[in-house]
Design a protein around this ligand. Structure first.
Ligand code: RIB
Ligand code: CA
Length: 313
């Protein structure tokens, strides 16, 4: 079977970094066409810097990295330095990138790539706010039908919110963009907090990263050592939740995840619940299902896959 063509839209972020590394460690299954960066965890100049740092950590300076939207479609940017540190990639001491940023805007890359590649052959993997994706869909509606699948990290149902009482960070930062993406009609698979809060980097799992003996294993251990503080303090979690890598693990081993095909709408009116993913998990509204909303993960299987793949880099 040929490798699946994907574009990762990202706001690195330590967990974004692990997702990118997992993709790069899996070239037989994943053909990473490019990284499109968006403002989110930290401002755009830093997410574009961090994406290139991660590519060079994996010795893949050939991966094209594009800068995209530097602010949400209709709101001021909210960032998450309190989780990811001032650089967005605090933890390991990694060198500044030497590989160049691509000249093209990320939104143009998304549009041009979806128009160039055969219809239904490109998967979009957004793991930050959905600003780039929604901007591309708005500017070029013809590309929506050409998308094979959108596999995104964002939202929550039972876990409700991590940045406000009602909303998960990626959706909360740009709710208008999320509403556009969830209504666009492309097949969507969602990795919400309900799943990612079960993918915790416990101490034995972190030790297994460090024991890989390669630079990637040590860097990932140091990244998760840093960004676990927020979730340990807030939730009493037994380690850092690896939110974004769940999307790539789904592409590699979908059977690790279970969920329901339900309707998901985005709150864009009330400031009280702005960015809430209103998932009709119990199918009480009669609204047409528009997303495969994941609810559980085989965490041991996820970490076995992740650790084995990181060993390859
Ligand atoms: O809520 C978790 C999400 O917000 C992850 O994608 C993390 O990287 C941040 O972007
Ligand atoms: Ca992210």
């Amino acid at each position: 079977m040929s490798a699946r063509k994907i574009i990762i839209d990202t706001d690195p972020g330590q967990d974004d970094a692990v997702a990118i590394l997992l993709a790069l460690a899996s070239p037989d299954e994943i053909d990473l066409l490019g990284l499109t960066c968006v403002a989110g965890n930290v401002p755009l100049p830093l997410t574009a810097r961090n994406a290139r740092i991660v590519c060079e950590l994996a010795n893949r300076p050939d991966v094209p990295v594009f800068a995209g939207c530097d602010r949400p479609m209709g709101r001021a940017l909210v960032t998450a330095e309190h989780v990811h540190g001032k650089s967005g990639l605090d933890g390991p001491a990694l060198p500044e990138p030497t590989m160049p940023l691509q000249d093209a805007h990320a939104v143009d890359f998304l549009i041009d790539t979806l128009r160039r590649e055969a219809p239904g052959t490109v998967t979009l993997v957004p793991i930050g706010p959905l600003t780039n994706i929604a901007t591309a869909f708005t500017r070029a509606p013809d590309i929506v039908g050409r998308v094979h699948e959108i596999v995104l990290m964002g939202g929550a149902y039972f876990q409700v919110g991590n940045i406000t009482p009602a909303a998960e960070f990626n959706i909360h930062v740009d709710p208008q963009a999320a509403a556009i993406v969830f209504r666009a009609g492309a097949p969507i698979t969602v990795m919400p907090l309900d799943v990612t809060h079960r993918a915790l980097v416990t101490r034995p799992r972190n030790d297994a990263f460090r024991a890989l003996g390669n630079a990637v294993g040590v860097a990932v251990a140091e990244m998760t050592d840093f960004f676990e503080r927020f979730d340990r303090e807030k939730y009493g979690s037994d380690g850092a939740p690896l939110h974004d890598p769940c999307t790539i693990a789904y592409l590699l081993e979908p059977a690790l995840f279970t969920g329901r095909h339900v309707n998901v709408e985005i709150e864009t009116a009330s400031e009280l619940t702005m960015g809430m993913t209103v998932a009709d998990w119990w199918r009480v509204t009669g609204r047409a299902p528009n997303a495969m909303f994941m609810g559980d993960v085989n965490a041991d299987g996820f970490f076995t896959l992740l650790t084995e793949r990181l060993a390859r880099l």
